[in-house]
Design a protein around this ligand. Structure first.
Ligand SMILES: C[S@@+](CC[C@H](N)C(=O)[O-])C[C@H]1O[C@@H](n2cnc3c(N)ncnc32)[C@H](O)[C@@H]1O
Length: 602
């Protein structure tokens, strides 16, 4: 019987990253064999919809109070479909709880097969898998592998001719879902309609050994993570007048920095193609990270992407300690800020099977269901009401490719501190004299880190004095203008997805402001994790020359550049509280840096 409890424990535990299989094999305290547990879950998940239906029609959950929906599904799977039946002694109460209803269960199962016009269980299985696939396409999410083509080293056209030469192009993201029972990895490719030069392939596709990956021609970067650089630099063509240098203030490991470089390279290449000359970078990117350790990765990524001529990496540089009026930044017109955040939007893009559970006749409140779902199987007791229909295996916070840092619980106090620091970082960006474009992003779904930060920043002195506002939807790059998920006034319950009470901190945001904010949510058909991005703009009131007059030349060094000796704004008086909340900025690196909590982002 431990097999079923172990399977329930695995399915209800928070994701810790890694593949689903490896999580079972690495799990402690399991009594059944990992192979058996894995096989049971995978096989039962193929039949979940039918079994949920059969269990509901047999109404056994109302009668058998010891059965939770998940336990019932697993037990009924073995009872109806496995050769050996339920793996428990005949006298075991849970086995009896199922077998007491064997006539009804069998009858409902047969009716389900006949309804689908299937003469055999094999035919039935094929039909059920097809149904599940179709349902996954329309109602569930598909997490693909997102691949961004790096325009410094290559182009989309070239990659379609080479790396993806034997890939078949599909019209929908859903078509990338596992195609058959064996999860055959077919070579399918979907061209993203929102982000240029981004493609999606089935999740299992491994490019890490491909020459294109090793040469930096392609970069594995999630779609949502591509929003900020695209929002900042957009579809500008070769003749676009917006110029000046760029800053990525919280850059490691470097996805957004290299994306900015790629967008600039594309723009410059177009110009030089028109003139039939060799392209050369025209804008400089200052890319920095407060963490020296993570800065090393940033430098590696920049070099691999071939972006060294365009990017100056300031290793270990605290963005808040940069002097906006330093002559070295006098030409900085655009800044991208993707600071530490709670990471609440990061999904474990693993292969946890999605299980649709039977609905009980007695339905408890969403809150109480959620509580129950978290309980270990061994805690099951007679008083536990069955769950209503839920989809298990929903991804929970886990390290992403970009942020291989273990997720920790982030309480309200910590969220407030994070939010304070995020607002300070954006306000600091707005104070660069020549800045006219700033983007702010997080991979958090919490309103306090997103719309609430935007509201605070808009209300700040620097925003008001310098005339900053949000980049309206109709001003956004074409692909993002078409993106339908926009800013919100209410948080969503992480368990149920239902909207909570309106959050007062965003009361000052207009509907147009919310339309200007872009959101991504996990669990829908877009195949993304939770993400937020907003762009700030102002008409360029300050000119380079105004600030150039103050210049006292201080050359920047690339690697290991100075930490600016002082923080220059009034925000210098940052509170001890804020620092405690994030560990992120102005800290000295030390041997334990890897263990520090830096928050997350995509
Ligand atoms: C969430 S990650 C950035 C991911 C990155 N934008 C990318 O796309 O690859 C946030 C980073 O911000 C850095 N950070 C946090 N506070 C900072 C500060 N005040 N100055 C510079 N970097 C900071 C952290 O060390 C961390 O590497």
């Amino acid at each position: 019987m431990s097999l079923y409890f172990d399977a329930v424990a695995i399915l209800t535990a928070p994701s810790t990253g890694g593949s689903f299989k490896s999580r079972i094999y690495n799990a402690r305290n399991l009594r059944a064999s990992p192979a058996q547990i894995y096989a049971l879950i995978i096989e039962a998940s193929k039949w979940d919809r039918v079994l949920a239906d059969v269990i509901e029609k047999s109404d056994i959950l109302s009668v058998e109070r010891k059965l939770t929906p998940l336990l019932a599904l697993l037990l009924v799977y073995d009872h109806l479909l496995s050769k050996k039946g339920i793996a428990a002694p005949a006298a075991h109460p849970l086995r009896q709880a199922v077998e007491r209803h064997k006539v009804r269960l069998k009858a409902e199962f047969t009716k389900a097969r006949v309804r689908r016009g299937c003469a055999s269980v094999e035919q039935f299985k094929a039909a059920v898998l097809k149904e599940k696939r179709e349902a996954d396409g329309s109602n569930h999410f598909v997490y693909p592998r997102w691949v961004r083509v790096n325009n410094i080293q290559s182009s989309l056209a070239e990659q379609l001719r080479t790396t993806f030469a034997d890939y078949e192009q599909v019209d929908t993201l859903a078509a990338l879902a596992p195609a058959d029972d064996n999860r055959t990895k077919r070579k399918l490719l979907y061209l993203d309609p929102h982000i240029p030069d981004l493609v999606a392939v089935p999740f299992g596709a491994d490019f890490t050994i491909s020459p294109a990956y090793k040469n930096g021609e392609i970069i594995l970067q999630d779609k949502a993570s591509c929003f900020p650089a695209y929002l900042l630099l957009g579809d500008r063509d070769a003749n676009d007048p917006w110029s000046g240098d760029l800053v990525d203030g919280c850059a490691a490991p470097g996805n957004k920095t290299t994306h900015m470089a790629s967008l600039l390279a594309k723009q410059q290449k177009q110009k030089h193609d028109q003139q039939e000359t060799q392209w050369k970078p025209s804008r400089q990117i200052f890319s920095m990270d407060a963490s020296k350790m993570r800065s090393k990765t940033l430098q590696k990524m920049v070099s691999l992407a071939g972006a060294d001529p365009m990017v100056t990496v300031l290793q270990g540089q605290d963005f808040l300690a940069l002097d906006p009026e330093d002559p070295q930044f006098e030409r900085v017109s655009g800044l991208l800020l993707d600071p530490s955040c709670s990471g609440s939007g990061i999904v474990g893009r693993d292969d946890v099977p999605q299980l649709t559970l039977p609905q009980a006749k007695v339905i408890k409140s969403a809150k109480s269901r959620a509580k129950k779902r978290k309980r270990g199987a061994e805690e099951h007791d007679d008083s536990e009401e069955p769950l209503s229909s839920v989809t298990l295996g929903e991804p929970s916070a886990a390290p992403s490719d970009e942020n291989d840092i273990p997720a920790g619980a982030v309480d309200g106090d910590r969220l407030t501190k994070l939010s304070n620091l995020q607002a300070r970082i954006v306000e600091h960006a707005l104070s660069f004299p020549s800045a006219t474009h700033v983007t702010y992003s997080t991979c958090s779904v919490n309103l306090i880190e997103n719309e609430a930060v935007v509201a605070r920043v808009l209300a700040s002195d620097v925003a008001k004095e310098r005339g900053w506002r949000l980049l309206r939807r109709d001003e956004q790059p074409e692909g993002l203008r078409r993106w339908n998920h926009r800013g919100v006034r209410r948080d969503r319950d992480p368990e149920t997805g239902t909207e909570l009470d309106e959050n007062e901190s965003v009361a000052a945001l207009t509907e147009e402001d919310l339309e200007a904010c872009l959101r991504c949510w996990s669990g829908d058909s877009e195949g993304l994790g939770g993400f937020f991005v907003a762009g700030f703009v102002r008409e360029g009131k300050a000119s380079y020359t105004k600030y150039a007059k103050k210049a006292t030349s201080k050359p920047l060094t690339k690697s290991g550049s100075k930490k600016a000796e002082t923080a220059h704004l009034s925000k210098k008086a940052k509170t001890k509280e804020e620092n405690e909340g994030t560990n992120s900025s102005n800290k000295d690196d030390n041997a334990n840096e890897d263990e520090e909590w830096d928050g997350f982002s995509d």
